[in-house]
Design a protein around this ligand. Structure first.
Ligand code: PLP
Length: 381
């Protein structure tokens, strides 16, 4: 399975979850929860604020970020970087927010200069938050969040910065504290190498304080209701106990054993090798800005007249390899290669082999040699 999440789950994590569910009001559970809550702070690179863990998919954590920070009718600045940014806009609008949605062509990330200009224009300081998807899973484009922060500072605007890292956390460098991010939205099923089912809000002290006066109604997603029980290692409702066993194992593998910086280097190396293969095939990357290439997935444009869905079906049928579908505006036009999570050189080479053989069988005009180009890169680096 080489879709850009859910990702392959290491046996170690499967084994860690393969045990009886324990009492979620016991001392043993409290130790587990505290280890997960603290460990996630290391992964988000934050020391203050709080990490909230929900038994939900990423969409739930999007909703949590919105209902805890906004009041009805407030303004929010969002960017059309792709399918997931567009879905997030829909959720904000469902909650009655006024979304200023900056259009985009799905081939570039958030433009920091536009952020600065939009915030300077907002003389009455009505924009309550700038919302970005760090890594657009539909396009393989990574927005530069550190530069977005600098743009917000240059405009001297008090808006919150809210970022979706669902397909970049624990795969690509991310610095909640240093980049002054107020709410980060994440999920378990990608870089964290877990099954779907957990999602996260990593929240700054500023956002916690905003949440105390924000007026949108909330119950299940309430940060306030979660904060106090979390202090002693508990949750206000039944947590996803066995997924937390898996999360503790994942944190140990990523932070204590491999080390986050090595994890990022590994993802960068596999992403570069993948891009070498795509260029050697003579195909086009969807991402047009090299500074914004994603290290967790690569979206590849199919030559005109060739349908990505048919190509993916052929690859699945012949090689038992699942590639990521074209989403939204890219349906039919681009397929995606996931190279994140538990992944190594041979898995990458196998994936690229499946694609190269598939291109031949599907009759796509291309040059062979992509796998060789990727192997050369891996050997040199
Ligand atoms: N945001 C991004 C960037 C994603 O990649 C996804 C899912 O792939 C989501 C949000 C939605 O998350 P979920 O499907 O877990 O609800």
């Amino acid at each position: 399975m080489q879709i850009p999440g859910p990702t392959n789950i290491p046996d170690r994590i499967l084994r860690a979850m393969d045990r009886p569910t324990i009492d979620h009001r016991s001392a043993e559970f409290a130790r587990l929860a505290r280890e997960c809550l603290e460990g996630m702070k290391a992964i988000f690179k934050m020391s203050r604020g709080h990490v909230f863990i929900y038994p939900a998919s990423g969409t739930g954590a999007w909703e949590a970020a919105i209902v805890n920070t906004f009041s009805p009718g407030e303004r929010v600045l969002m960017f059309e970087t792709g399918h997931f940014a567009s879905l997030w806009r829909g959720i904000a609008e469902n909650f009655g927010l006024e979304v200023d949605f900056v259009p985009g062509d799905w081939r570039r990330g958030v433009d920091p200069a536009t952020v600065e200009a939009k915030l300077i224009e907002d003389a009455r300081r009505e924009i309550k938050a700038v919302v970005c998807v760090h890594n657009e899973t539909s396009t393989g484009v990574t927005s530069r969040i550190g530069d977005v922060r600098r743009a917000m500072d240059a405009a001297k605007h008090p808006a919150l910065l809210i970022v979706d890292v669902i397909s970049s956390l624990a795969s690509m460098d991310y610095r909640q504290a240093e980049w002054g991010v107020d709410v980060t939205v994440a999920g378990s099923q990608k870089g964290l190498m877990l099954p779907p089912g957990l999602s996260f809000n990593a929240v700054s002290e500023k956002a916690l304080s905003v949440s105390r006066t924000a007026q949108l109604p909330r119950a299940f997603w309430s940060w306030e209701n979660m904060l106090q029980p979390n202090q002693s290692g508990f949750f206000p409702y039944t947590p996803a106990t066995n997924l937390l066993f898996g999360l503790r194992e994942a944190i140990s593998m990523l932070v204590n054993e491999e080390g986050l910086e090595n994890v990022f280097r590994r993802h960068h190396r596999h992403a570069e090798a993948t891009r070498c293969a795509v260029r050697a095939w003579g195909l086009e990357l969807l991402c047009q800005e090299p500074k914004e290439y994603s290290n967790s997935l690569t979206a590849v444009l199919m030559p005109g007249g060739f349908d990505e869905a048919g190509f993916r079906d052929l690859v699945l049928e012949n090689f038992n390899l699942s590639l990521g579908a074209g989403l939204g505006k890219m349906k039919g036009r681009a397929f995606r290669i996931g190279h994140l999570g538990d992944f190594n050189d041979l898995m990458l080479c196998g994936t690229l082999c499946g694609i190269e053989m598939g291109l031949g069988k599907f009759g796509v005009p291309f040059r062979s040699g992509g796998v060789g180009a990727a192997m050369d890169y891996l050997n040199r680096n």
